[in-house]
Design a protein around this ligand. Structure first.
Ligand SMILES: Cc1cc2nc3c(=O)[nH]c(=O)nc-3n(C[C@H](O)[C@H](O)[C@H](O)COP(=O)(O)O)c2cc1C
Length: 195
């Protein structure tokens, strides 16, 4: 398949440390599992996005009402909506993920771009993707259903994205001398669809 006809996977990289294990695992997963996609990596912490405040919220409400959704402020939301597939990778921080990812999500949840409500309040699909993959690694152990997974599931419902592939690799700081083997095992499980 020619490069320009390949489907695009938007990789939202929220990893922070230069030797991030989450990022390393994600790169290997992408090479093996998503080789048929053209990968567009966006480091969410480098987009210069800000948390919403009263002024930006008011501006956004006015833009939505006026249909001014081609403004540059909504470029990240448009890119999210247009991607054929989505992947987010983030370290497990304080029972969720780094704040830069939350700021990114605040900025892309734009009514009319990444989701919309139809008559009677039913959700209208605005995102092209039908799959969102999430990859995280944690220092300790996670509950059976981490709250971050529930949160992402709720966002997928908002975006009408049918499949959330959630992969968490726990315990990396408990067994520091076994990290390479744990990542190897995790990658095999993910590629077999069990991770
Ligand atoms: C700011 C910060 C917060 C963290 N919070 C948690 C936590 O809540 N639970 C946990 O198990 N590990 C926590 N950790 C450990 C990381 O999840 C773990 O080291 C992870 O593998 C880091 O991923 P990275 O190598 O991709 O940076 C935290 C680490 C940092 C730096």
């Amino acid at each position: 398949m020619g490069y320009d006809t390949m489907k695009e996977l938007l990789w939202l990289n929220a990893c922070v440390r230069h030797d991030s294990r989450t990022e390393k695992l994600t790169r290997r997963f992408l090479l093996s599992a998503k080789a048929d996609f053209s990968i567009r990596e966006v480091r969410v912490g480098e987009l210069g996005l800000l948390p919403l405040d009263e002024a930006s919220l008011r501006r956004r409400d006015l833009d939505i009402q006026a249909g001014r959704l081609d403004a540059s402020a909504y470029a990240p939301a448009r890119a999210f909506a247009e991607a054929d597939e989505l992947l987010i990778s983030a370290p497990y921080w304080d029972a969720s993920f780094p704040a830069a990812l939350k700021i990114y999500l605040e900025n892309i949840c734009v009514n009319g771009v990444t989701f919309a409500y139809g008559e009677g309040g039913s959700l209208v699909k605005k995102c092209r993707a039908d799959r969102l993959t999430y990859i995280t690694t944690s220092g300790g152990f996670l509950p059976a259903v981490p709250s971050v997974k529930l949160y992402l599931q709720e966002l997928c419902t908002l975006f009408s994205i049918g499949t959330l592939d959630f992969h968490a690799v726990p315990g990396l700081d408990v067994f520091p001398d076994q990290v390479d083997r744990m990542l190897e095992t995790a990658l095999s499980d993910m590629l077999r669809g069990e991770g």
